[in-house]
Each structure stands twice: as C-alpha cells, then as structure tokens.
Design a protein around this ligand. Structure first.
Ligand code: BGC
Length: 502
C-alpha cells in the first residue's frame, strides 16, 4: 500500500470517528442550505371560531356537540387566540432564528359555507396580514390548505370526504387560495395527514366528523383525498407555477414499524405495516396505484367477508395517471416508532382496516414515552423511515413537516423535549451524511402549545407554554426554546465546541 493510500485511509478513519460524540450524537453541522421551522394549524391556534364571518368547521361542531369526546371537554373556540396574536407568534419564530413558519388556512374562514358562493373578505385579509408580517420578518410561509377542518355545511349537505363531489369543491377552494395568495406563498401543502382525516374521521369515527365506517368509508375517503390533492396539484402546475415557481406536496404521516425479530415473517409484517400506514397514500402519488400488498389483502378479505368487490375502491387507469407524479417534494410527519410482529390472520367478521393489515403491534418496555402509550421516543426509527422512503420512492427531496415531543405535564423545564430534539435531529444528520437522504428541512411541532384535538389542552408540544386560563393567552418560554434556538444558530446538535466542521 502506498504512503498516499495509507494517509487517505487514516484521514477517512479520523473523519468517521469524529462524527459522533461520547453519547453517540452526530456532531456534524447541518448543510448550509438546510432550513429549520415550526408548524401549527388554524383550528388548533387561531380561535375566533365564529368571528369576522368565519363558518363552522366539523371540529367546532364536534367539540360543541360531543364535549365528552374531548378529554378535558374544551373547544377550539379561542385556543391560543392567534387570530389576534399572530404578530406575537411571528415574533417568536423570528427570535428563534427559524427560516420557515408552517401554518394552515381555515377553509371556512375564506369560504364560510365551504362552497364558493360567499368569499369572506375579512378572512382573506387576516391571512394577507399574516403573510405580510412573515415577509417583513424574512420568514418563509409553508402553507397547508387543509388541516382537518372541513366546513361543517359540506359534511351536512353532501357527506364530506365520502362524496366524490368533494374533489371539485376542494379544487375550487385550492384555486381560490392560489389566486389570492400566489404572491405571498411559494411552498404549499394540499392536505395534512390523510390517514387521520380518513381512518379516524370516517373509519373508527373517533375524530370529527365521527363517521364509523371502518374498512369501508375510510378507503372511500382515501381515494377522494388523493384525487382532491391531485386536482389541486394539477391546477397549481398548470395555472400558477409559472409565476413564482413554487412547490406543492401532500403531507403523509407515519410511524416507523420495526420488525419484532429477524424472521422473514416479522420483516414482512413490518413492510406490510409501512405499506398500509404510508404506502397507501405515497404509492399512488410517487409510483402509481395502490401498493400491491394493500390491494391484494383488502380484496382477499372482502371476498371472504362476502363482498362482491373489494372494499378498497379501484383506481381506474385514468385516475392512476391523474394522481401519479403530483409531488414536488415529499412532506413527512413523524413522531414515533412501534414494534410489529406477524400474527395469524385476524378472524373474518366485521370489516376493519386493522384486520386488513393483520399484525401484532407492541412497544418495548424500556422506551421513554411521551404523553400517550404509542408515543415512544425512538430516534433511530426516523432514520430508518427516511431510508425506507428513499429506497421506495427514490431520491426525492424530503421535508420533515412535523416532529416533536408531547408531554402531559407541560413543564417549563422540559428536558425530555430537549432530549427528543437532540436524538431526532441527530438521526436527521445520520440520514443526511451517512445515508445520503435528500432531507432539506426540519419543521417541528410546535412553537406554542395548542388545542390538541381529542387531547384538548392536556397534551403539550410547544417550546412556549400558553396559559389557557389567562384571557390574554400569554406565551411563556420553556427551556427547549433556548435549546432549539442554539441548534438553529450553531446548526449542530451538540455543544458548539464539539461541532465538527469540514
Ligand atoms: C397533527 C397535528 C397534531 C400533532 C400532535 C399531528 O398528527 O398534524 O395537528 O397537533 O400531530 O399531536
């Protein structure tokens, strides 16, 4: 071996050794163009639920009419009052040095009935003001068109996401938003987490609008959501993109499903879980059509149950083409990992999407938890999920559009949240540098506490606490806010003096 070769190998070893500190955290700095941000959504922070012309949403309706379904019987009526305090929120984003603020537009603030018969100018003005504030502070808006808050009249008059007319109605709303805000926004998200919209909203029915149609309605909803997303994407592509060269994607959320053992059967159970949990949304967009395993299994069980056709609606050749390719990046929400084992086929009986998957899910007892049973702190799960996406869908640009830690006590000394960030961001660095994943931004959930759907005001994810008992809704800094600010400043998850420059 020549001296030169020996030197190259020695340097390589030094370099690889130096990427982790004593605790195993990646010491490299995030790439210069990597962006950081924080996210939230209109129904969880804005409040002003019926002010200045805003219409009722399915979540307003659900919380008002079924208070027992919300842990603390609270409503989103006032939430963080961000409708009035948005300047304060933007100031916090600015103070932390973040590049991106992810927010959502409330459909019913723009179109109170959900239809285009009335456009609410005060609602339009609110978002115009918010975008102006962001612009003046040099912060990029990342804007979700639909974060679960369907206008209630659309549920009542036509069945919401179960009726295919929703595809055109969503497309009308999306077009209007592109027209109104094309000068203000270049990064768009069509729909947040179709899994929650459909499985929880129209399957188990635990979420608004509370429709229980497990294994049937949820699949119809998924097809309609995919078509609605695709239609909005194509409208943007044809009529708006030339002006500001923006980008559009749908947010997909997924747990990472770690195989319970090295057996082929458990590995297959993990892959099946990923396809049912993520692939059912991602495959039609990034590859085309439903994932094969989902198609085959739902058809097989439907037949055994006595259905004459699969409960999973077919995508016609035309629909497959229409949905395929409707992405400019991949937007991922990820919070946790669970273990999964193969198990016997679940009994044939009532249809259910969990039975269509038929696996055994469990949690390692040693895993640190967040505010609920499934919330395991497993940073390597994120790295594995990012690699799964890369292998499955190719070298797509990936943006993490949500990741963060939920606790139940809301403490200001939130060391567990800090540990979560350090672990998960270190995993992002591993994915970027060790695995060549094209990850370009990390947007955390969240900057301030919010109304957490069924969790009301009893689950906390903010780096700032919001005092929901105080009419002023003050934002109070938690320890994690300083930690995150340091990460953004140093672009590194360990102490500044340990960061590896190269
Ligand atoms: C949702 C957010 C929610 C967060 C934390 C995500 O699934 O998009 O709206 O607040 O989880 O619970």
């Amino acid at each position: 071996m020549s001296i030169v070769n020996m030197w190259i190998i020695a340097l390589f070893c030094l370099f690889t050794l130096s990427v982790a500190d004593d605790s195993g955290f990646n010491t490299r700095r995030f790439p210069a163009n990597f962006k950081f941000g924080a996210a939230n959504a209109a129904p969880q922070i804005e409040g002003a639920w019926n002010l200045d012309g805003k219409g009722e949403t399915i979540w307003d309706h659900f919380a008002h009419n079924y208070p027992e379904r919300i842990v603390d019987r609270t409503t989103p009526d006032i939430a963080c009052d961000s409708y009035h305090k948005y300047k304060e929120d933007v100031a916090l984003v600015k103070q932390m040095g973040l590049d991106i603020y992810r927010l959502s537009i409330a459909w019913s603030r723009i179109l109170p009935t959900g239809y285009t018969d009335q456009v609410n100018s005060l609602g339009v003005q609110y978002y115009k003001n918010l975008f102006k504030e962001l612009k003046e502070n040099g912060i990029e808006p990342l804007v979700t068109l639909y974060h679960w808050d369907l206008p209630q009249p659309l549920q009542e008059s036509m069945g919401g996401w179960l009726n295919e007319t929703i595809v055109d109605l969503f497309a009308d709303y999306a077009r209007l938003c592109f027209e109104l805000f094309n000068d203000d926004v270049t990064s768009w998200i069509t729909i947040n987490e179709p899994k929650q919209v459909c499985l929880a909203g129209y399957g188990s029915g635990i979420f608004a609008p509370g429709i229980q149609s497990d294994g049937v309605g949820d699949y119809i909803c998924i097809k309609n959501v995919l078509l609605a997303h695709a239609k909005a994407y194509r409208i943007y592509d044809q009529d708006f993109r030339m002006k500001n060269k923006g980008k559009v994607a749908m947010v997909i959320d997924s747990t990472f499903w770690e195989p319970g053992s090295d057996s082929e059967a458990d590995k297959e159970a993990s892959e099946r879980s990923l396809q049912f949990d993520l692939g059912i949304y991602g495959h039609p967009i990034y590859i085309g059509d439903w994932p094969e395993v989902v198609k085959t299994r739902v058809a097989m069980r439907s037949e055994l149950e006595g259905f004459t056709q699969s409960r999973l609606p077919e995508l016609t050749a035309e629909e497959i083409e229409f949905i395929k390719g409707t992405h400019d990046y991949l937007a991922l929400n990820h919070y946790s990992t669970q273990m999964v084992n193969a198990t016997q086929e679940w009994p044939i009986g009532n249809p259910s999407s969990a039975a269509d998957r038929s696996v055994l899910v469990w949690n390692r007892p040693e895993w640190v938890k967040g505010s609920s049973d499934w919330f395991n702190v497993v940073p390597w799960g994120l790295r594995k999920l990012l690699n799964w996406l890369k292998n499955e869908y190719g070298d797509e640009e990936i943006i993490i559009t949500e990741n963060g830690y939920a606790d139940a006590d809301g403490t200001l000394e939130d060391d567990r949240r800090i540990a979560y960030y350090q672990g998960y961001l270190s995993s992002c660095l591993d994915a970027i540098y060790e695995d060549n994943v094209n990850l370009t931004a990390y947007v955390t959930w969240s900057i301030i506490d919010d109304w957490e759907w069924l969790g009301g005001f009893s689950s906390f994810l903010g780096m700032y606490r919001v005092d929901f008992n105080d009419p002023e809704r003050p934002r109070i800094k938690r320890k994690s806010a300083d930690y995150f600010t340091q990460i953004v400043k140093n672009r590194c998850v360990v102490d500044e003096n340990q960061c590896t420059d190269y």
